[in-house]
Design a protein around this ligand. Sequence first.
Ligand SMILES: NC(=O)c1ccc[n+]([C@@H]2O[C@H](COP(=O)([O-])OP(=O)(O)OC[C@H]3O[C@@H](n4cnc5c(N)ncnc54)[C@H](O)[C@@H]3O)[C@@H](O)[C@H]2O)c1
Length: 251
Amino acid sequence: MKLSGKVAIVTAAAGVGIGQATTRTLAENGAQVVISDAHASRPATVANAIKEEFGVSTMGVQCDVTDRAQVDEMVKKTLDAFGRIDILVNNAGTNRVSKVVDMTDESWDLVINVNLKGTFYCTRAVLPTMIGQKGGKIINLSSVAGWMGAADDGAPYCTAKAGLQAFTKVVAHEVAEHNINVNAIAPGLIPNEFLGRLYPQEFFEEMRQKTPIKRDGRPSDIANAILFLVSEDSSFITGETLCVSGGVYMR
Ligand SMILES: NC(=O)c1ccc[n+]([C@@H]2O[C@H](COP(=O)([O-])OP(=O)(O)OC[C@H]3O[C@@H](n4cnc5c(N)ncnc54)[C@H](O)[C@@H]3O)[C@@H](O)[C@H]2O)c1
């Protein structure tokens, strides 16, 4: 129970991938969790399921991270319900794949806004509380795409994920004196049901072949890395981007 007494917000946590898996791992380790997601009904459903399964207090909140008012409201509701915020996992991300020559303004803006601006909004909204508490942990979801810049991932996604690594370092510098650690995780491909409907099976097979550790990445692989980075076991690590990719990318 590394996280008992801690309160965590995870964005985009009502889907079938990394966000929900992270919330479950934090709850399993004793944290009270806020399941935040742009979807209207799923946050409450997932919150109830996690409460039932792990016996911790939970809350579901609808929040589109690109909407500043909704982000501020999510933080207010968390403080009203739990009185503190110890952990923020900026998990929300999205992608639109197109070559730059064909890229629309709408696709560019959406991907940059969800990945980068959303992370900025959520981080800025929780920092006064964490500074007041003299401690906190913030995790940003980058990607190996931020280093590799692969065409498969699209320019705004790679640009945003690289930008998140710089943002992580800047905020880590700014808040280290307040005992707040800010780190990023760069996953390789982590298949889930939703991605399985978007991409052909050959794509996953090709990725599996390219992965030195010959298996698919699992949402729990990322959740376990996040657990380490939000626990006191990693209290001397900040401003870092941890690659969790089965060796697809080695820094
Ligand atoms: N899955 C991968 O292969 C992979 C690889 C590298 C990085 N990542 C990053 O990890 C994070 C999680 O990805 P995942 O694929 O596991 O999905 P996930 O299941 O964690 O997230 C999907 C959820 O995001 C929500 N969402 C979408 N836009 C939102 C917004 N504007 N505000 C709030 N919620 C929103 C959706 O409603 C959905 O429930 C993302 O940042 C992604 O870019 C994923």
